[in-house]
Write a protein that binds this ligand. Structure first.
Ligand SMILES: O=C(O)CCC(=O)C(=O)O
Length: 314
């Protein structure tokens, strides 16, 4: 006769939990943070590279002399993490992250993009700039930052969006990994994530969202239907790590603290040909897996053409 399984054996593995969480929520928040000492060391190295105050920014006259709205994010050859590569093992080799990502993407996954993201505090954004960007849905401040500082992405909030937004015609074959390098409270521009929003697949930004309670949103994606998505505010301590699907809506409000919020953002893509956990997730989506156009908020030069913002009212 077979021995009864011990309760421990009945518990799902981390990989199984992550796939289940992705199917249900489009995200997983890791119970185990990454190494806090390594986070603090990396944060100190990042902070030593610049003052995250108003000196980051061009003057209004400098900006108006030659406005550049595109090509202002980190890119190969201008990415602070390229100089800090030796300090990233605590993320890229963290056993829980490797196990979770492998369950979703299979072995041999590739890092598509990695960068430092800064939530710029209100006190560091010049008044002229605040006036100009008030109410815009995407306040990526790269356009207004001095060129030598464009090796980091700076946000003063960004409305609910999918990370598929940057990848026209690409299938949702990647996930986002986001790491807090210091404690993030409600005042530090935490990520707002809409659980279950991935179920409607790819959808053009800005999204059709109506608040229906304290923390629920009714989200519609045209002929692909609607879901009620629960808002989860990702506050967390040093080393907090979360992953989400390329179609999961998320955003941030402007940083209300008196100091910057500094995080790491990775996009990780599958390479594996065989079946993966992500296949099981994507097989259940009601909407498209890719989009030919991802956004309808920009003018031809890349500047904001609409002034509307949902997450700021969350
Ligand atoms: O860190 C932030 O403030 C926003 C990050 C984000 O949503 C993104 O980079 O897609």
């Amino acid at each position: 006769m077979n021995a009864m399984p011990k309760p421990r054996d009945l518990e799902p593995s981390l990989g199984e939990t992550i796939v289940t969480d992705f199917i249900r929520d489009g995200a997983h928040l890791f119970a185990e943070p990454v190494d806090a000492t390594a986070c603090a060391d990396l944060l100190a190295r990042i902070r030593a590279t610049r003052d995250f105050g108003s000196s980051l920014f061009l003057s209004e006259a400098e900006f108006d002399a030659d406005p550049q709205y595109t090509g202002v994010n980190p890119r190969p050859g201008r990415n602070l993490l390229e100089r800090l590569e030796d300090g990233l093992g605590f993320v890229e080799q963290a056993p829980q992250l490797v196990e979770g990502i492998t369950a979703l993407l299979g072995p041999d996954y590739e890092i598509l993009n990695k960068k430092v993201v800064c939530g710029v505090p209100a006190g560091s954004v010049p008044e002229w700039l605040k006036k100009r960007i008030l109410g815009n849905p995407v306040n990526n401040l790269g356009a207004y930052v001095r060129p030598q500082h464009r090796d980091v992405t700076y946000f003063y909030g960004i409305d609910f969006h999918q990370d598929l937004i940057d990848y026209k015609q690409r299938e949702a074959d990647f996930l986002t990994l986001y790491i807090y390098l210091h404690p993030v409270t409600r005042a530090d521009a935490p990520l707002y994530l809409l659980e279950g929003s991935h179920k409607l697949g790819g959808s053009v930004f800005p999204h059709n969202l109506s608040r229906i309670g304290d923390s629920d949103w009714l989200y519609r994606n045209a002929e692909h239907g609607e879901v009620v998505a629960r808002q989860r505010i990702l506050t967390g301590g040093t080393g907090f790590a979360a992953v989400w699907h390329a179609c999961t809506l998320h955003g941030t409000q402007p940083d209300a603290a008196d100091h910057e919020r500094i995080s790491l953002r990775y996009l990780v893509a599958r390479r594996h040909d065989g079946p993966t956990g992500l296949d099981a997730v994507n097989a259940k989506l009601q909407g498209p897996l890719s989009l030919s156009d991802t956004r309808a908020d920009l003018a031809a030069d890349g500047s904001a053409a609409i002034r509307r913002n949902t997450v700021n009212h969350a």
